[in-house]
Ligand binder design. Sequence first.
Ligand SMILES: Cc1cc2nc3c(=O)[nH]c(=O)nc-3n(C[C@H](O)[C@H](O)[C@H](O)COP(=O)(O)O)c2cc1C
Length: 392
Amino acid sequence: MTGNTFGRLFRVTTCGESYSGCFRKNPEIPKQLYGGLLTIVDGVPAGIRITAEDIQVELDKRKPGQSKLDSPRLEKDKVYIFSGVMENQMSTGAPIGIVIPNNDIEDIHVGQYHDYKDMARPGHAELTFMKRYGQYNDWVGAGRASGRETVSRVAGGAVAKLILDKYGIDVIAYTVESHGIKAAPVDYEMAKKNYRKNNINCPDLEAAEQMERDILAVRKTGETCGGVIEMIIRGLPAGLGEPVFDKLEATLAHAMMSIGAIKGIEFGAGFRVAEMVGSECNDEMYWDKETGRVKFYTNHAGGFLGGISNGDEVRIRMAVKPTPTVDVVQRTVDTDNGTDVNLSPITRRDASLLPRIYPVCEAMARITIVDAMMIFNGYRSMEDLDKKYDLM
Ligand SMILES: Cc1cc2nc3c(=O)[nH]c(=O)nc-3n(C[C@H](O)[C@H](O)[C@H](O)COP(=O)(O)O)c2cc1C
């Protein structure tokens, strides 16, 4: 398997599976490490204060079992930092190693997956993983395709957050639509004020109540449902991103689309641009005398021009599909003997991924931005541009 590292200078590597098979049945390994996940964050500057608590705060947003909307999995996701930080909690410049043991692995759950190991769940990644890894495929809980892998990303993103805090760059994601129920338009102030005020993290508190009631009704039928996550990035300086293949807009899309269950992404006006005429779509500019910087009257571009950040607020929306595991009989195949079968999975699941996916989006955005800043600053340090361009 390749592709387990994201970033070019600021690099986050994740490893570990849903239930990390290699430790099971080994009496020498403490049981807590069975389903453990690892994160290695390379490229962290020396002198950043990093504590396990800083990382825990982010992981606690993502952990299951926070409300009736979530999977009943009981993973505590407690964080341990094992390298790259001294007793004074300051980073040394060495890779930050983070381990997150899994406390919720019981033989009964492994047994459930074993019973269905040759039957791919419709909508999940088992079929393509079987195709790629054949008889060696990890069949427990979808292995690397499990949503559990995203724990490691959130840990890496928490380290990126500590770096971005120094620059006043804020990333915030929240629910704006669930199973067709839409929130009123959300601005940054409203998103901050009502962040995590309800189980679905929707800043429109009335819409949130409706969404939660609806998800519980959907859950009763054994079904699942999806929705839309919106993200705002505030304080991003203009000029980040490399033209052509490594546009920041493109690397952010890469980061978001690498998260399981995200099926669509749009920046700014997104698909609405298709209905506009040019002069309406273009964001007109003015010179802001107070700051001496270029500003925009509108933000249809969502914070990017030519894929490079334009100094405006970044706005991204992501379509999240319904959780694939449903408690409804569905048709699939038994790949062991080539027959059609009916499958009704009995494993644990989230009725909606919205309450738990937004911290993963925030984490991936933060990792992407720190990486882009490192590339920009490295390149810029060797250029000799007229100072007037710095101010733009
Ligand atoms: C935080 C998170 C939790 C998830 N939990 C579940 C789950 O409990 N059950 C499930 O079937 N899928 C879950 N998923 C979705 C699957 O991981 C995803 O649908 C699968 O890997 C297939 O990828 P695709 O949907 O992008 O095609 C979760 C995803 C995330 C990001």
